[in-house]
Design a binder for this molecule. Sequence first.
Ligand SMILES: [Zn+2]
Ligand SMILES: [Zn+2]
Length: 260
Amino acid sequence: MLVDVLGCHGGETPRHKTSAFLLDGRLALDAGALASMLTIEEQCALEAVVVSHAHLDHVRDLAGILDNRVQSGAGLLRVYAPAETIAVLKAHFFNGLLWPDFTRIPSVDAPSLALLPLAWEQPKSLLDGAFTVTAVPVTHTIDCAGFVVAAGRAGAAALGYTGDTGPTDRFWEVLDATPNVRLLLAEVSLPESQGHLARLSGHHTPTTLANDLEKLRVHSRIDTLIYHIKPVFEAETHREIARVLPSNVHIPKLGDRFRL
Ligand SMILES: [Zn+2]
Ligand SMILES: [Zn+2]
């Protein structure tokens, strides 16, 4: 599985993009930078997106990519998320007010967007079996999923993606029970000096993630990439990550590619 880092930050500046990771050019984890980091051709080649939760930094580029795809004559984009998130996207995003209802454009019979619910903790086969995705509830200010994503073939690699979360339990249990996990994408948003804000907003500091990773028995064998660091506190958070998290934890850059 090829993992491309399109967006790995908790805020936006010219050097920072919000959460989006591309798997094999076909499936995206979150939609923070799908339009701003992909060419039109790459946007049209995308087949599906799994969305962790409805916060704007994770769904914002669904707006731009759908606009580009409709004009390009690209086919259906399947967007999967827990039913709670799908309901927010229908009521508040693709509602014909904030943005057009692309589930009816260009026509009701052949739309450019399908909003499809993922049942909690039920492995779902996507893209004709190329991937299996399991949504696991994590601990944020609104309903939010972490994902376990396995390549379709038996024995192939899997990865974990925490979504936005503070300290949580069930996600680590599910990841521990998954064979062949090779990569963990874990959120850290703020340094411990902003711990009060992190706790209020349902996010990790390096210190709280270090405590949480002790729940994951296989962690020492899995490379971990940190995403969702807030640009304003970037330098302080990087120093703290180097100090409190183990040596198999890394901070990716925009455009990085990992092969599992
Ligand atoms: Zn969030
Ligand atoms: Zn976020």
